[in-house]
Design a protein around this ligand. Structure first.
Ligand code: ME8
Length: 523
């Protein structure tokens, strides 16, 4: 596998989201995936940095602001403060930074980057005529368009937004992207995990093989954007500006030591914007003589009622609609466990409710409550020492060890669903163990005291291992459980790659239900 420039550095990003609208669960999905990776790496002792933020320039934002009777800056400020920053708390994100493309640290260094490309001959003036989709903020090729229906009959519409495209003719600045086709293909060949998953890599490779055009990177028909440094009648194309957030946020152009320390990044994006990240972005970096990203992962769509969920199609669900009832832990768990990371996944309230009940409430929550209640009842809350181990006890220890190692390997492959699935084998094994060992029966027979203590000790240790391994996902429940188990400090500080080594000692304290039953329909 490709090593990072510094073995201990882990830099993960999400797309920076458009502030034309409020967040929905699709945005929150990318955020929680990145958050789990960041928390996992941090807990493994890696020098971790998790970046997210907002994309605030371009025609889409300008039009939304104008339609609402405010300036684009006012609109962006309002959406960031009232919707995008609150999302961080709604789903309990541990981001280290939040970048806004209207910040000085970004704008100034976008200009530096552009000036450098201009000075080294990668930018020229040209003319372009084409169909532009403001929803995508992108010129479309004829093959990307569909015939409009209903109100849009007779017009060409964008296949993603189902809205008419606009014919634009402009004199612009162009980036010589075509010069990088060979280098890009060599990159995909040499580093097969540069674009993931495999389906995404194939799509990107065939796109580049079919030929790369140069890219129009400025606009002069409106002025909401970063000014082109040598020609202030143009603003930088919003995507060119936005992609640069990944380097301006970590010191490009102003803090070389920080940039060296963090870059390159693992980019998580939805597959809608894969080409921007796997083609345009590395070409920009190559032109500037900078390292390309560590890897680009394009995840699938959240589907609602069989369609890609989106606000414009009125299938949008706000994250709070879920967290208000189920809590942030269930949100994080559900989307990352139920969906194979990299494939599309259908959301339904029924499925969420079913998994919440069977896996979180009955599977994990109930296990924790029962074990702690038995230590309280049979041992006055003191975690007993273990006596001789049987095969059943040893099997639990072995699963703890395997889960610890296997989950970490899955995280390295960005197989988040697999990592959680592996840890869940321990949840299931412990439930089976308790059922078989019947500690309540052992407790009735004074001669079986030592066996009872060994069983409870094994169960408590297993729970401790689970608290550590699940802490990147179930951030709140594991913190509560850790306290009840009498664990030292905070669970997030315990090395996740050594989770199985935890040995309980001291006393437990009563535990409230980690996942209270939710009887009513959440809709
Ligand atoms: O594209 N399922 O921002 P954006 C899964 N500003 N993920 C979804 C989703 C769905 N139904 N809907 C949205 C932009 N997403 C640019 C990015 S980056 C330099 C600039 C997620 O607000 C997914 O991560 O339209 C997707 O790529 C992103 O939101 C698009 O967010």
């Amino acid at each position: 596998m490709e090593r990072m420039s510094d073995g201990s550095s882990f830099f993960v990003t999400t797309p920076i989201f458009y502030v034309n609208d409020v967040p929905h669960i699709g945005h929150a999905y990318t955020e929680v995936a990145a958050d789990v990776l960041a928390r996992w790496h941090r807990q493994r002792g890696d020098d971790t940095w998790f970046l997210t933020g907002t994309d605030e320039h371009g025609q889409k934002i300008l039009r939304t602001a104008t339609a609402n009777g405010v300036t684009p800056q006012e609109w962006a400020d309002k959406l960031v403060e009232e919707a995008w920053k609150p999302l961080l708390e709604t789903i309990d994100l541990s981001n280290d930074d939040f970048i806004r493309t209207t910040e000085k640290r970004h704008e100034e260094n976008v200009q530096k980057f552009l000036q450098h490309l201009y000075d080294t001959g990668y930018i020229y003036t040209g003319e372009y005529e084409g169909f532009y989709c403001v929803g995508c903020e992108e010129y479309k090729q004829p093959g990307d368009l569909l015939d409009g229906e209903g109100d849009y009959a007779g017009q060409k519409v964008c296949a993603i937004h189902s809205k008419p495209v606009e014919l634009l003719h402009e004199k612009n600045y162009f980036f010589k992207m075509s010069a990088f086709a060979e280098q890009l293909l060599a990159l995909y060949e040499e580093r097969p995990d540069f674009v993931q998953p495999e389906s995404a890599r194939n799509e990107v490779m065939s796109f580049v093989r079919s030929g790369l055009d140069d890219l129009s990177i400025s606009r002069s028909s409106f002025d909401w954007g970063v000014k082109v440094p040598w020609d202030e009648t143009h603003v930088v194309y919003v995507w060119f500006d936005a992609l640069l957030n990944y380097v301006t946020a970590v010191g490009y152009g102003q803090d070389d030591a920080e940039f060296e320390r963090r870059w390159p990044a693992t980019h998580l994006v939805g597959k809608d914007i894969l080409r921007f990240h796997a083609v345009i972005w590395p070409a920009m970096l190559m032109a500037a003589g900078l390292q390309v990203p560590h890897r680009v992962f394009g995840h699938g769509w959240l589907l609602v009622g069989g369609e890609k969920m989106s606000k414009s199609k009125l299938t949008g669900i706000a994250p709070t609609q879920i967290t208000d009832t189920f809590g942030s832990d269930a949100f994080r768990y559900y989307f990352l466990r139920a969906i194979h990371f990299g494939q599309d996944g259908s959301f339904s309230w029924e499925d969420l409710h079913a998994r919440y009940t069977s896996e979180l409430a009955n599977g994990f929550g109930n296990l924790a409550s029962r074990v702690i209640a038995m230590v309280n009842r049979y041992c006055d809350g003191v975690i007993p020492a273990a006596g001789d181990m049987t095969d059943a006890d040893a099997a639990i220890r072995a699963i703890e060890r395997t889960a610890t190692a296997t989950a970490s390997i899955a995280i390295d492959r960005l197989a988040i669903h697999e990592a959680i699935g592996t840890v869940w084998e321990l949840v299931d094994a412990l439930n089976g163990y308790i059922t078989e060992q019947e500690p309540w029966a052992l407790a009735k027979d004074p001669e079986k005291r030592e066996r009872l203590e060994t069983v409870l000790n094994t169960a408590v240790r297993g729970l401790g291992t689970l608290a550590v391994l699940l802490s990147p996902v179930l951030t709140k429940a594991t913190a509560t459980l850790w306290t009840a188990l009498g664990g030292d400090g905070v669970v997030q500080d315990v090395r996740i790659d050594q989770a199985w080594e935890w040995t309980g000692s001291g006393t437990v304290t009563p535990l409230e239900a980690l996942f209270p039953r939710i009887e009513t329909s959440a809709e």
